[in-house]
Design a binder for this molecule. Structure first.
Ligand code: ZN
Length: 170
């Protein structure tokens, strides 16, 4: 396993804006990429990481659930959404930037595992939000495209002073 460099919008926007290709071969190479992404996600302290964020233009995503378990998504797609949540969102590729984004409260995805087996998973709250954030990365969409507004430096400072933890980066 190896740590991968997380691409940042400031220097790598062109790559982050590309559309990723579906995975068709479920081989050792895919497994290695997923292992690297899991290691990189854990090192980053974020919640989710999509292929293009580490320069892999493939439709793969890794997510760390609230209980610490890892969810690997190959060729994920959103098949159902319900409810609504509005909250602060951040991104490992846009460090220091936080925006207010409206998302569905509960999201169901269909995906394949690293061996090509299909499954569905439903999540609410933070992980539901993360499903959509990561799937959008695969189409070159960044959360700031969806944000109703981006927090100012002053607002961020105030949140920090209030002890608010901003660590829902994905
Ligand atoms: Zn992101």
């Amino acid at each position: 396993m190896a740590l991968r460099t997380i691409l940042k919008r400031d220097t790598d926007e062109e790559s982050l804006r590309k559309k990723s290709r579906p995975v068709t071969v479920f081989d050792k190479r895919l497994h290695m990429m997923l292992d690297d992404m899991v290691e990189t996600l854990k090192d980053s302290g974020g919640v989710g990481l999509a292929g293009p964020q580490v320069g892999i233009l493939r439709r793969i995503v890794v997510i760390e659930r609230e209980d610490g378990s890892i969810l690997e998504l190959v060729n994920p797609s959103i098949i159902d959404e319900a409810g609504e949540q509005e909250g602060l969102e951040g991104c490992l590729s846009l460090p220091g930037i936080w925006g207010v984004v409206k998302r569905p409260m509960t999201v169901t995805i269909k995906a394949q595992d690293r061996n090509g087996n299909e499954f569905t998973e439903t999540a609410s709250g933070l992980i539901g939000r993360c499903f959509i954030h990561e799937c959008e990365h695969l189409d070159g969409i960044l959360f700031v495209d969806r944000a109703s507004r981006v927090l100012t430096e002053e607002e961020l400072q105030q949140l920090e002073e209030e002890g608010e933890e901003l660590e829902e980066e994905a």
